[in-house]
Design a protein around this ligand. Sequence first.
Ligand SMILES: C[S@@+](CC[C@H](N)C(=O)[O-])C[C@H]1O[C@@H](n2cnc3c(N)ncnc32)[C@H](O)[C@@H]1O
Length: 224
Amino acid sequence: MKREIIKTGDGSYTIYLPDWNEHYHSKHGAVQEALHVFIKTGLHFYLEKNSSKEVNILEIGFGTGLNALLTYMEAEALKVRVKYTGVEAYPVSAGELAALDYAEVVPGENASEVFEKLHASRWEEREEISSFFSLQKEKKFFHEISAKEEFDLIFFDAFGPRVQPELWSEEVFRNMFRALRKKSVLVTYSAKGDVRRAMQAAGFEVERLPGPPGKREMLRATKG
Ligand SMILES: C[S@@+](CC[C@H](N)C(=O)[O-])C[C@H]1O[C@@H](n2cnc3c(N)ncnc32)[C@H](O)[C@@H]1O
């Protein structure tokens, strides 16, 4: 499928799929959205709720690696040990990564070096990026995930339900529920009623929370 690089509202870039009229991140601001949905409402909430210094994260849609880069920065700043797993069936190319230029907009002197390390790390192998952050990228389809009570936090960042409704079904959220340990959390940028009901049917407690600038709401699901 054709992919184009476009600039978003906060000056950071994202990938746009013209055939689906769909973006990898919010057109109002890619970095802004990732920080709000995944770092603040997901990572910070999980760590505070469980008074934890360790977290095992699964990302649904590794894509450009932006969420992973921001999580790395947070792990270093908070001195929290993060074990990160990113699942992706259609990896982004080296040319696209260079054009996205995330090192320019993500704070941190070593952002460029870290971003390169994240993308140079081998698929299907866990690599220690630093003493606080390890990464395993898995090149496969979401329906191939068979983890059981392994993760504490899921960043659910698939393309939207408008274009890929099959990825937001009760069956998919049952699989996510199974992959999570007790006292865990799943966050996503979508706030659709159908999505919330599919999560609830799969066993999650679901909250509707304020979204990032330009998006009214988002969802956070917890497994007790
Ligand atoms: C919204 S984008 C993810 C953005 C990403 N989190 C980031 O920070 O760049 C959704 C991602 O899911 C991937 N994807 C779509 N369908 C998939 C499937 N069935 N299995 C695995 N990956 C899929 C796409 O290639 C894309 O990278």
